[in-house]
Ligand binder design. Structure first.
Ligand SMILES: Nc1ncnc2c1ncn2[C@@H]1O[C@H](COP(=O)(O)OP(=O)(O)O)[C@@H](O)[C@H]1O
Ligand SMILES: [Mg+2]
Ligand SMILES: [Zn+2]
Length: 499
């Protein structure tokens, strides 16, 4: 028999098998018992916390032929087919794929067709925040006037990207990250059942690294058993997760605090040449900063995640050198950097940029009131903090104002726009650049609704209507190709990129 990954084999099949998410589980279970099913649900929360699992349990519960106290029986043909993914009336759509968008397009007609096999047709739309405006509109129309036998379960990891029009038509449930304890308990149940001997420290380490995602924890357990067999200890976990050497993190943070650009670049280079992944380094640093936070402000040594006792002397010094805000900022910068690297492995310069930004954030925190701008900061740091020209500073202030005003109107639009950069203006056109890796952001910004928000803001600021162009800029920071290209394109006087 083909090997079934643990996270699949251990998908909860009844309400009472779901770990955590108590309020959501209770509410849905009661709705089934009382036959008060809504037509649309929105499940929002981090990945690996049970959204898809609960969607399937609900789909079974409304189609089960032998409901038991509101629990699906898991043995009637409908339940079995749904568990196998063979049930015609449970339709899973991945909104992140192109096919998903096509499927949404013909949804309006398809929902009119009565269920073929069961009582309810259930559409489970995953990663629903990825839909285009057009697809959202199609979905909205469908949700507005749903046929009685149709139910929608939308799932997303990014609730803030879901239009309010959609959200307000759904029953909303927020999924939370599972606690370390919940994850460890589940690991213990699963290892016991599979004859795996996982020691306590190893389980704790897996749980911490999973940051609340049971799915991630189970994937790690799977990797561990395939490489290390049935007996697993802490060293095995460290080996598989490839935790970056502690001392390295401590030294790197020293360099960051000292604002020592050369040393930062050098240390990162060493780690990458040793085969560490860029993303991993960023994630380890955020864990290390978290440790310092706990060490300094509560939690104490027992809760430390990556730091060991030998690092305490470093940490004593480092916690003195940083304010609480520094640490929180730093954590955020490192989390963002890790997230950006998630989709772009091996992008060493992005990692460097993240760390230079970190260094900049720490140095500026003491001499207010400079506004750190993400992209500018990195480039500047590479240039050894060259003095900014007045013109550049003015542009930076303008960009901050644009961003702030956009944020007031719509936070998701701000999130997209903030990945871009104000390049300059020519005639009546304002040019905003996105690095190549931010194709998604650029395309979203080009959608009418988002573009209009920026247009409104610009009109307010300039007191006249202006055109907006979003363009790609080269994402190479270490030479000036980008600047040259931009100058060729726009003419020297309007391109004011720091260099
Ligand atoms: N709350 C939970 N209770 C039990 N198992 C869970 C839970 N969350 C995740 N899992 C495990 O992780 C796997 C993936 O979970 P899933 O429901 O697909 O997460 P999501 O849709 O939120 O990303 C499940 O098959 C199960 O093994
Ligand atoms: Mg899912
Ligand atoms: Zn059943």
């Amino acid at each position: 028999m083909a090997y079934l990954a643990l996270y699949r084999a251990w998908r909860p099949r009844r309400f009472n098998e779901v770990v955590g998410q108590e309020q959501t589980v209770t509410a849905l279970h009661n709705a089934v018992k009382e036959k008060k099913i809504a037509h649309a649900y929105l499940f929002a929360g981090p990945r690996g916390t049970g959204k898809t699992s609960l969607a399937k349990i609900l789909a079974k519960a409304v189609n089960c032929e032998d409901l038991q106290e509101g629990e699906p029986c898991n043995s009637c043909s409908n339940c079995l087919d749904i568990n196998q993914g063979n049930f015609m009336d449970v339709i899973e759509i991945d909104a992140a794929s192109n096919r998903g968008i096509d499927e949404i397009r013909d949804l309006r007609e398809k929902v009119r067709v009565l269920p073929a096999q069961g009582k309810y047709k259930v559409y489970i739309i995953d990663e629903v925040h990825m839909l285009t405006t057009e697809a959202f509109n199609a979905l909205l129309k469908t949700i507005e006037e749903p046929p009685a036998s149709v139910m929608f379960i939308l799932a997303t990891t990014e609730a803030q990207k879901i239009p309010a029009t959609i959200r307000s038509r759904c029953q909303n449930y927020n999924f939370r990250r599972l606690t370390n304890e919940e994850i460890i308990n589940r690991l213990n149940v699963i290892t016991a059942d599979n004859g795996i001997n996982l020691d306590e420290e190893a389980a704790l380490l897996i749980a911490r690294r999973a940051s609340g995602s049971l799915r991630d924890a189970l994937s790690v357990l799977d990797q561990l058993t395939s490489y290390k067999g049935q007996v697993i200890n802490k060293a095995d976990v460290l080996d598989i997760l490839g935790l970056v050497d502690n001392l390295f993190l401590a030294r790197l943070l020293d360099a960051v605090i000292a604002g020592d650009t050369n040393n930062i670049i050098k240390l990162l280079g060493l780690a990458i040449n040793e085969g560490k992944e860029a993303r991993q380094i960023a994630e380890e640093m955020s864990l290390y900063l978290r440790d310092i936070m706990l060490y300094a402000y509560g939690g104490g040594v027992a809760e430390l995640l990556v730091a060991t006792n030998e690092l305490l002397p470093f940490m004593d010094r480092q916690k003195e050198a940083m304010t609480k805000d520094d640490i929180i900022n730093g954590l955020q910068i490192m989390l963002d950097t890790g997230e950006r690297l998630r989709y772009r492995e091996g992008q060493r310069f992005l990692l460097e940029l993240g760390f230079l930004e970190l260094a900049q954030a720490f140095t500026t925190s003491t001499k207010l009131p400079t506004v750190p701008v993400r992209e500018e900061v990195g480039r500047e740091s590479v240039q050894n903090f060259k003095q900014k020209s007045e013109k550049d500073e003015a542009k930076e202030i303008l960009w901050q104002k644009i961003l702030a005003n956009v944020k007031e109107i719509k936070i998701p639009t701000h999130a997209l726009l903030s990945q871009g950069n104000l390049l300059g203006a020519k005639d009546n056109v304002v040019y905003i650049g996105f690095k190549k890796g931010f194709k998604f952001h650029k395309e979203r910004m080009e959608e009418r609704a988002n573009k209009e928000i920026v247009a409104t803001v610009l009109e307010e600021i300039f007191n006249r209507q202006v055109e907006i162009e979003f363009i790609f800029i080269d994402d190479e920071y270490y030479n000036d190709i980008m600047v040259k290209k931009a100058i060729e394109f726009f003419g020297e006087e309007i391109v004011e990129i720091n260099d």
